[in-house]
Design a protein around this ligand. Structure first.
Ligand code: DON
Length: 575
């Protein structure tokens, strides 16, 4: 190969990038796609979309009686603990992004924290290898829960109805019971052995149940009643804290009264960036969601994405190459901002991102570095849950909440009526080793006392022409970021309705393992063949589904269209 003078090479590259940028700016700066007719549930004033109709309805009723989106967020978040114990929780944590009717935005971090007794090597065995069981199952896997602190922080700042009124519908639901759906019965059956192994046979989930059965949660109702009377401190310092910390001690966990007393939810600035004429508002660290989505979209922006066609080989390839590069940065640079310095402006700098795509070849894959060790576990990963809310005043909430794995650590506090998370597995137990999502972590996400584990949760709000346009988010572990990004692209670049965008099949790439993961249904063989020809490894066995997106689109006439994912029992409720 002829060697070019490096100065010329650099000059050439700068010119090339300037050309691409100005061309793309002129050509693709604004999409003028006609608005897709809605195909999802449509309401005129307000909407709540969540994993279960019971939770959506409880949120909607709060709005109907004059509450705002923040009141509805509190009611929905707690309702999910009863209606969707798979992921809804009091024993986990989450993130919320909001946009007020006047355009003000912000985020709340109610992510779990490592207990004070945690330390860097706590999940390594005597040979120095991670023992996944310790960070995934039972008491040792549990991070300090943030959900109750989260709802009280929201209430203090933005709530308009008394907390008792927001908790009361869930207390009633616990008592009157939740009817088991077919999907829920299948999930419970799937995890019953593990739940039995961790808890014995004394919990409400020990018995096999079938669709149509009713599950009642008396202990959860009792806990909520105490919280309703005693407030936030009841959970973090009161009787609930006593019961929880004693239970942890008995079961060999680390969380103490001191851990609970020290927990605080944190208001943080959102990650905000432009993609063409959209303004995207999303979650920043300790979630990787916002920054990684920003990297993916900004790397794609110079290309005519819509012209490539929805689910074309070229479009999937471009997305994959952008995602590969973004996840490589994610895994290396991102962690809890209260503990590590994150070079945010450097890794989101437009020139840097253009340079990252310099070796992108539209005819061939760019192989990721080889994984140093280990096969990655394969399983369905949609155990978090997301809900989206728009109220009758124009306020919007996008919130994702989680226990991490299905039913979290599987450890159920029978006396209090809830599951505890296994969020500690989101840390990098040992740099270079994959966690349960196959994510390879680095130093930035190593374990330390009081530190928050890096997340992929990506609650997001999108503005168009300065107005609220989309509210979107999903569960799915490491696939959350790509699922949210694809949903936005589906509406914006490919002209799908909100419901169609949510239902469209999804694919995923996360740098390592170096493969495009496809949902097994919905992509033609010819498409996959053409990607294989370009050098890509296709995996369709890793997961039956990618994400369960719950979203809302504001139509031009002001009506709201829901996107409720048919992959779950997800449902919209509004008026
Ligand atoms: O915060 C995170 O990124 C994970 N704990 C989310 C887990 C999740 O989405 C579960 N479903 N796969």
């Amino acid at each position: 190969m002829t060697q070019t003078n490096p100065i010329f090479h650099r000059l050439y590259r700068v010119l090339f990038l300037a050309l691409i940028s100005s061309y793309s700016f002129l050509h693709y700066a604004c999409k003028t796609n006609p608005e897709a007719a809605p195909t999802g549930v449509v309401h005129n004033n307000a909407m709540v979309v969540s994993a279960r109709i019971e939770a959506s309805r409880i949120g909607m009723e709060v709005l109907k009686k004059g509450g705002n989106a923040f009141d509805a967020m509190i009611a929905t978040e707690i309702a999910l603990a009863a209606a969707y114990p798979f992921a809804g929780n009091l024993g986990g944590g989450g993130f919320m992004v909001y946009r007020m009717a006047d355009g003000q935005t912000g985020t709340l971090d109610y992510r779990e924290k490592a207990p004070l007794a945690a330390h860097r090597d706590m999940y390594l065995d005597s040979l120095g290898n991670p023992d996944p069981k310790l960070s995934r199952i039972g008491a040792t896997a549990v991070g300090v829960p943030g959900t109750i602190a989260g709802i009280f922080a929201v209430h203090e700042k933005f709530g308009s109805l008394p907390m008792e009124e927001l908790l009361a519908p869930t207390i009633a639901l616990c008592e009157q019971g939740v009817v088991v759906t077919e999907k829920q019965a299948a999930r419970l059956e799937n995890y019953r052995d593990q739940i039995l192994e961790v808890n014995g046979d004394s919990t409400v989930f020990s018995n096999s149940c079938k669709p149509g059965d009713t599950l009642r949660y008396a202990a959860l109702a009792q806990t909520l009643r105490r919280i309703s009377e005693g407030g936030r401190d009841e959970f973090y310092m009161g009787e609930t804290a006593q019961v929880l910390s004693q239970f942890m001690k008995k079961r060999g966990g680390y969380i103490t009264m001191e851990d609970l007393a020290q927990y605080e939810a944190v208001w943080r600035d959102p990650v905000t960036f432009q993609y063409r004429d959209l303004n995207v508002i999303s979650m920043g660290p300790p979630s990787s969601g916002g920054i990684t989505m920003q990297q993916i979209l900004k790397m794609m922006e110079p290309y005519d994405v819509s012209d490539m066609g929805h689910h074309s080989a070229a479009g999937i390839q471009l997305f994959t190459e952008a995602a590969r590069r973004a996840y490589a940065d994610r895994n290396y640079y991102l962690g809890d901002p209260d503990f590590v310095e994150i070079p945010v402006s450097e890794i989101t700098d437009p020139d840097y991102l253009q340079e990252r795509m310099e070796n992108y070849n539209p005819l061939k894959d760019t192989p990721s570095e080889t994984i140093s060790k280990g096969e990655i576990a394969m399983y369905e990963s949609s155990e978090t849950t997301h809900y989206s809310i728009v109220d009758q005043f124009g306020n919007a909430i996008s919130a994702t909440t989680t226990l991490n794995g299905a039913y979290g650590s599987k450890l159920y506090v029978q006396e209090l009526g809830f599951f505890l998370n296994n969020e500690m597995d989101d840390f990098s137990a040992k740099p270079g080793e994959p966690n349960m999502f196959g994510l390879i972590g680095a130093e930035a996400n190593s374990i330390a006392p009081g530190k928050r584990m890096l997340s992929s949760m990506t609650p997001t709000i999108v503005e168009k022409d300065g107005e609220l346009w989309l509210v979107v988010g999903t569960p799915g572990g490491s696939t959350i970021i790509t699922a949210v990004t694809q949903t936005i692209l589906n509406v914006y670049e490919y002209g799908l309705s909100m419901q169609q965008a949510v239902e469209a099949p999804r694919f995923h790439h996360q740098w390592l393992p170096d493969m495009i993961i496809f949902e097994p249904e919905g992509f033609p063989e010819s498409l996959k063949d053409s990607l294989i020809t370009r050098g890509y490894i296709i995996n369709q066995d890793r997961t039956p589904i990618i994400g369960k997106v719950d979203a809302i689109r504001v139509l031009k006439d002001g009506r709201l269209e829901a996107g409720a994912d048919v992959r779950g029992d997800d449902a919209a409720s509004g008026f």
